[in-house]
Design a protein around this ligand. Structure first.
Ligand code: PRX
Length: 635
């Protein structure tokens, strides 16, 4: 079996074979790109993407905004589909359903092209216009990819909402995006159970501008398609296999994706067309040594940025095959993911540390009988990976012959930004690596001075795939990313520099990573505070062996007595307002919450108490007595 890495000292490096096949092997690329990043990206943009009109200005920076490829025109969908149609029989998408007795679906580039074009025609007929926003609330089914690409074809922005979000969360996103059309499904399967999502969608559209709902049949429920409901299948059937792609400006919006910030209200992160195309194409190609004959499996749900860029756009822009799996890793048992990798010849496997910790714990016994002989590259993303999990991944899945590419990035950055490249290395546990060629990051202390440990910032010129604002909220955009370190983009992540490589230590704000999902403590608090029995609450993350972090809630009640029933009710309430991913693992009922004189809740003190550490900063509290009471409650 081919070995793609060699060990030198305590680090892993690309082997001769990897050097032979990798797209990028000469580390001089970093210096070359740094000399003139704008020119570097310009050359890549010309080579990697088909433009309908060349740009007049490659990069324009008027902070806090910046533009890439100004004046350039293109269609994103054309870059994904039309330019691969010469090799149209090639599989674009493999869809593995959760039920093992249901057939895997393979769509060739030609089949995907036909469906996308038909659906693009349908959307137009249903009134969707260039620059409109289409809300998509779908499980992991091929129709999700078809919908995204159809929007891109007609120049409508899509906003995909994670299928496990509750009606309130969906509603807030529909309202903010002003979507008039919603694409959803009659439900989906989870561990063999049927999950209804249509009733969530129906609740969510109340009070929004949505007047048409297109429904994908996944559970085969009997439906009566009367206005405002339309059947995805029936609509698609009506239309021809070609829809002229709209010519879009490079800076036109391709999609909006909502993510959590430090407040309770999610931010609509705006991504444009040209810059995002260039970054998603090249990061997919270079980070994962992606070739058209590869099968790439990015396990992220498409409702998150990782799914957008590396389950859909990146692999398809490169003419490769992307694999989507509908279900969970443990269905019908923990061998499931491994079976999928082997049966489908997956060569690039990209997942999150939380999934790996779960596999390490429950699926270890299944790894020995697997050879994973087609795997070449492993990737990780979403949170820091600990050394033990890294080693398990490396040995048990990579069979000590595949590099692990630890990619640091965010919803805001659109594509990866810090990681080792497979043909250059090194691959070191817990270390992400260097800035992608043509981008620059540094670490600064709280005063903005360069440091070895502290806050991770990005320096100009900002990467082409970076966000282009927060939808309808300029103020939030400025405050979140540009206020603290002025002309440097504030990532809100902590980092340490080790031998000129970045180790990312995690969020420095009130954002948690629960099983890799990004959730603001304030989002959960807002949901809890809506419960009629609650005066106020504070949510803090606690470490969890598998999920990384889980939320724990402290609540102050109005008149009710604490009870298990009330705790269950609060958890359910969070499920119904945000979604089960935000559910607190424990609810503590307390008399009061530690607050400063200005009324700010000191979550840090709650974290100290949970970890049985000595709380710091009691002097600043207006109500220090509550600390002893909280300690008693926590026990
Ligand atoms: O804290 C960082 C963490 O995930 C955050 C971004 O979350 P989200 O927008 O949901 O996007 C996740 C996938 C791109 C970052 O601010 N993060 C992401 N990748 C890594 C990471 N932390 C450590 N190592 C990583 N490789």
């Amino acid at each position: 079996m081919v070995n793609y890495i060699v060990k030198k000292g305590n680090k892993y490096w690309p082997s001769k074979e990897m050097k032979r096949i990798a797209w990028v092997t000469d580390s001089k690329i970093y210096k070359k790109a740094e000399k003139n990043p704008v020119k570097f990206w310009e050359e890549l943009a010309k080579e990697g993407i088909d433009w309908r009109k060349a740009w007049s200005k490659t990069y324009e920076e008027k902070l806090p905004y910046f533009k890439w490829f100004k004046g350039g025109k293109l269609n994103f969908c054309l870059n994904v589909l039309d330019r691969h149609i010469g090799n149209g029989h090639k599989t674009a998408l493999i869809w593995v359903p959760e039920a093992t007795d249901e057939r895997t679906i393979k769509l060739s580039y030609k089949e995907l092209f036909d469906k996308v074009n038909q659906f693009a025609n349908a959307l137009k007929k249903l009134g969707v216009k260039k620059h409109d926003t289409v809300a998509i609330y779908l499980p992991l089914v091929p129709e999700l990819v078809i919908s995204m690409l159809a929007c891109a074809r007609i120049g409508a922005a899509h906003t995909v909402v994670f299928s496990a979000f509750a009606p309130d969360a969906l509603q807030a996103r529909i309202i903010d995006g002003e979507s008039k059309i919603l694409i959803t499904a009659d439900g989906y399967f989870r561990r063999g159970k049927k999950i209804d999502m249509l009733s969530n969608a129906n609740k969510a559209i109340k009070g929004t501008k949505v007047n048409k709902i297109i429904i994908v049949k996944r559970l085969n429920k009997k439906m009566n398609y009367r206005k405002p409901y339309y059947s995805f299948d029936k609509e698609i059937e009506k239309y021809p296999h070609y829809c002229m792609p709209e010519t879009m400006n490079s800076e036109d919006i391709l999609f909006v994706l909502y993510t959590s910030g430090t407040t309770g209200k999610p931010k609509g992160i705006v991504h444009d067309t040209g810059g995002y195309a260039v970054q998603s194409y090249y990061t997919a190609k270079w980070n994962f040594n992606l070739n058209p004959d590869d099968v790439m499996w990015c396990t992220a749900d498409i409702g998150w940025i990782t799914g957008h860029t590396y389950a859909v756009y990146g692999p398809l822009l490169n003419g490769a095959t992307t694999l989507l799996y509908e279900g969970t890793p443990d269905f019908p048992n923990f061998d499931r993911w491994f079976k999928i990798i082997e049966e489908n010849n997956v060569s690039i496997f990209y997942t999150a540390p939380t999934a790996l910790r779960m596999l390490k714990k429950y699926a270890d016994g299944f790894t020995d009988k697997r050879k994973f002989s087609k795997l070449r590259i492993l990737g990780t993303v979403g949170e820091p990976i600990d050394e033990e999990t890294w080693n398990w991944y490396f040995k048990k899945i990579g069979k000590s012959r595949c590099p692990i590419i630890d990619t640091w990035w965010q919803t805001e950055t659109g594509g990866t930004l810090i990681n080792a490249l497979p043909g250059i290395g090194p691959f070191v546990p817990t270390i992400s690596g260097r800035s992608f060629p043509g981008t620059r990051h540094e670490i600064v202390d709280d005063n903005g001075k360069k440091a070895k440990k502290g806050n991770l910032v990005q320096l100009p010129p900002f990467a082409p795939g970076m966000l282009h604002g927060v939808l309808n909220n300029h103020k939030k955009y400025v405050e979140t990313y540009w206020k603290r370190f002025k002309k440097k983009y504030d990532t809100s992540d902590g980092a340490i520099m080790i031998n000129n490589l970045f180790r990312i230590t995690g969020r420095t704000d009130d954002v948690m990573k629960v099983a890799g999902h990004r959730i603001a403590t304030a989002e959960i608090e807002n949901a809890i505070d809506k419960h009629k029995q609650i005066i106020e609450s504070a949510v803090v993350p606690v470490p969890d062996e598998v999920r990384g972090e889980v939320p724990v809630a402290f609540v102050v009640l109005k008149s009710d007595k604490p009870s298990e029933k009330l705790e269950a009710e609060i958890k359910k309430h969070v499920d119904n307002t945000v979604g089960p991913i935000a559910r607190p693992s424990k609810v503590y009922f307390v008399q009061d919450l530690p607050k400063t004189r200005s009324g700010k809740i000191m979550r840090r003190i709650l974290k100290n108490i949970l970890k049985h550490e000595r709380p710091e900063g009691l002097m600043t509290l207006i109500n220090p007595d509550c600390v002893e009471e909280i300690k008693m409650v926590v026990g």
